[in-house]
Design a protein around this ligand. Structure first.
Ligand SMILES: NC(=O)c1ccc[n+]([C@@H]2O[C@H](COP(=O)([O-])OP(=O)(O)OC[C@H]3O[C@@H](n4cnc5c(N)ncnc54)[C@H](O)[C@@H]3O)[C@@H](O)[C@H]2O)c1
Length: 371
């Protein structure tokens, strides 16, 4: 049976979802929706899609879709998912799943009651370099696993946490066998973040128009405790913005290190290994690229060696065919977002925030409301 896919939001990331659906066997990109006709027509023309909508409710009403990608900014992921669920459509939401946990809970409940899947698109952790790094850790090839570290691209931390931090939490969830608690400190212009520093994401980050809801802080130091005893360390601070190819997990064990970085020229993701637990300049030549069979990157006709959305789109499509949950579906869809709010909860209470969070209200919004 050919699955019929749709996309709501035809901006930047929709290119990756549309390409994914167009390249997966047994799937047809059937309908697209955007309120901006230019964006809609550009994406639809690229893929020869004639069913074009400016209203997603109308799209769900008229098109008999099996799956939809929610590729709008985060505040609309909830309304799109809930409308899709009403029409029996499986939902792959772009990250962050929502801008608050109460909406995320409603999305999950609506999809569960309708008997459709809800998953979040964190494609990195599906890719062969991430899976290979996890296999090295599990096989003890870097000794006792100690930590995994990520840094942001330089945008103010409150914005970055929603934009890249959620991807990093997802990777850490994989490497750490689940996240137990988070302890974080958040500062703004050098002082501890207080209620007066809570603002909208567009006020905090004027260089990126994406709406990530209510945020706070330009610098964050985040300690993430894994269920396997190792730690995650996330450092997000404002600095001259760097390119995505400088990003990737740095994994430390008692007998070695692993690093995943896209090649700066080809953007192909690479896994590197160093057989020491600490790096010194003299050890630098010891970093070796870990060979990964290129065939592991094959999906259909092509090798997908960058962090394209096809990795999470394929899991959603396969999950529908196989009658299972997507790997980042159900409760797992909420984990990276819970981590975001655990950061603020920990900062304001000065204590560890244990996952899953009992408090579902937005920790920043509820503090604003008590002022
Ligand atoms: N997984 C990844 O690696 C990755 C990468 C980039 C962006 N993202 C995420 O994808 C989401 C979208 O980001 P983007 O960079 O593509 O944004 P974008 O601004 O380029 O695109 C958003 C699109 O949504 C459309 N839109 C707005 N309201 C709509 C409505 N009511 N109905 C239909 N369409 C509507 C806009 O017109 C726009 O074309 C964000 O949540 C972002 O964090 C994920």
């Amino acid at each position: 049976m050919t699955l019929r896919a749709g996309i709501v939001g035809c901006g930047g990331i929709s290119r990756s979802h549309a390409t994914a659906y167009a390249n997966l066997d047994g799937v047809t990109l059937a309908a697209l929706c955007d309120i901006n006709p230019e964006a809609l027509n550009a994406r639809a023309d690229e893929h020869g899609v004639s069913a074009r909508y400016s209203d997603f409710e109308e799209m769900f009403e008229k098109e008999d879709l099996d799956v939809v990608s929610a590729c709008t900014h985060a505040p609309l992921h909830g309304p799109v998912a809930i409308a899709a669920a009403r029409h029996g459509v499986n939902v792959l939401s772009e990250k962050p799943l929502s801008v608050d946990l109460q909406t995320a809970d409603k999305m999950r409940a609506a999809c569960s009651e309708a008997g459709v899947r809800l998953a979040v698109s964190h494609q990195f952790s599906f890719t062969p370099p991430f899976q290979e790094a996890k296999a090295w850790i599990d096989a003890g090839l870097i000794g006792e696993f100690r930590s995994v570290r990520e840094i942001g691209k330089g945008r103010p931390a409150g914005f970055e946490l929603m934009e890249m931090g959620v991807h990093y939490f997802d990777g850490m969830d994989l490497f750490l066998d689940g996240i137990e608690w988070i302890h974080a400190q958040v500062t703004y212009e050098g002082h501890e973040v207080g209620v007066e520093d809570i603002m909208t994401s567009s006020e905090l980050c004027t260089t990126d128009k994406r709406d990530n809801g209510i945020v706070a802080g330009d610098t964050m130091m985040i300690h993430i405790k894994g269920k396997n005893g190792a730690s995650g360390i996330m450092e997000l601070y404002r600095r001259p913005q760097v390119q995505g190819w400088m990003m990737g997990p740095h994994i430390l064990g008692s007998e070695g290190q692993l690093m995943i970085r896209p090649n700066p020229e080809t953007f192909v993701d690479e896994l590197w290994h160093c057989p020491f637990d600490v790096s010194f300049p003299s050890h630098t030549p010891e970093w070796q690229k870990v060979p990964i069979d290129p065939e592991r990157f094959r999906i259909g006709e092509q090798l997908w060696q960058r962090r394209q959305s096809i990795w999470s789109v394929r899991d959603m499509v396969d999950s529908i065919r196989e009658g299972r949950q997507p790997r980042l579906g159900g409760a797992a869809a909420l984990i990276s977002l819970e981590c975001v709010f655990a950061v603020y909860e920990s900062h304001f209470t000065g204590a560890r925030a244990t996952l899953p969070l009992k408090e579902r209200r937005h920790p920043l919004v509820s503090r604003l409301q008590t002022v």
